[in-house]
Design a protein. Structure first.
Length: 300
């Protein structure tokens, strides 16, 4: 019977209000061949004690203590320690549907990444909504590189993917960089219809800040510099790279965050700006990209 071990990696930092719900959803999974790795990333509240209590209840739960390294550093520690054939990343304030791992494993044969649906939970009003409104069972990342959710935590990954990849430490929005690291390498991907994870939208999370320091924009510069070499490896990734550059600029402007250094940097180094002439160039590049993909598909 096909029952590969799945390592669920949960970074934990000062989430005493949420970690119990998260872990309850994991230990009660209908799929039982799990190892559950809680990386206590220097918590100063009772998060560690709660994790330890779950480890006493269920021998599949292990708690690893470390000094604070941030989300990426905690995930990397989990990757290093994981023994499973597949890995799944779960943030400690989110929780799983009870059949989540079973649904993902059932469709994992012959694939490197299996992607489930996400329901977002609004903590302020208790509402649920579809995290990504349009999902397709036909995956063609050559045609649309951003076809999947650009997050790490709704996907089951074959462990061999991490022979070459780690999360880039010291970033905010590290999932953006990680997405490029994984999917620029053309893994075999499958999506499933089932919603596998509940994503908690918190007013106090870093993505909901109402004010940003001048340093915030350098996070995006670091991501762009990291993904640029990946975009140079294949023609079809040129358009997604330019699109990402402009997306980050628009995000900074929408958040009323400082963006002058970022805007000047992408124009000087990569020739990207928010002017109409560049947007026309981008549309022509997209058309060229579409034609190349269509011709390649016809020849095959």
């Amino acid at each position: 019977m096909y029952k590969p071990k799945v390592s669920i990696i949960i970074p934990v930092y000062n989430v005493e209000a949420f970690i119990a719900q998260c872990l309850e959803s994991v230990i009660n999974q209908t799929y039982e061949n799990l190892e559950i790795i809680c990386i206590n990333d220097g918590s100063t509240d009772s998060s560690k004690d709660i994790c330890d209590s779950f480890a006493q209840r269920d021998n599949r739960v292990r708690v690893i203590d470390q000094k604070n390294k941030g989300l990426s550093g905690a995930r990397n520690s989990g990757i290093k320690d994981a023994k499973g054939q597949f890995l799944f990343f779960l943030d400690s304030d989110d929780w799983l549907a009870l059949s989540a791992i079973n649904s993902l494993v059932n469709d994992s044969k012959g694939y490197d990444v299996i992607v489930g649906g996400v329901l977002a939970y609004n903590e302020s009003n208790g509402d649920f909504r579809r995290y990504k409104k349009r999902r397709s069972s036909k995956i063609d990342l050559k045609k649309d590189f951003f076809q999947l959710e650009i997050v790490a935590w709704n996907k089951l990954y074959r462990k061999e993917i991490f022979n070459e990849i780690r999360f880039k430490e010291g970033l905010i929005h590290e999932d953006e960089e990680f997405y490029w690291q994984v999917f620029s390498r053309k893994p075999k991907v499958k999506t499933i219809d089932e919603d596998v994870i509940f994503y908690r939208e918190r007013a106090g999370s870093i993505t909901k800040k109402s004010s940003y320091s001048d340093e915030y924009q350098y996070n995006y510069i670091n991501i762009i510099d990291s993904i640029h070499p990946l975009s140079q490896q294949k023609f079809e990734l040129t358009y997604p790279f330019y699109k990402t550059c402009l997306k980050f600029l628009n995000q900074l402007k929408r958040k009323n965050a400082p963006c002058e250094a970022y805007e000047q940097y992408i124009k000087r180094k990569y020739g990207v700006d928010d002017a109409p002439i560049f947007k026309l160039k981008l549309r022509l590049l997209k058309l060229s990209h579409w034609c190349v993909v269509r011709v390649a598909r016809f020849k095959s």
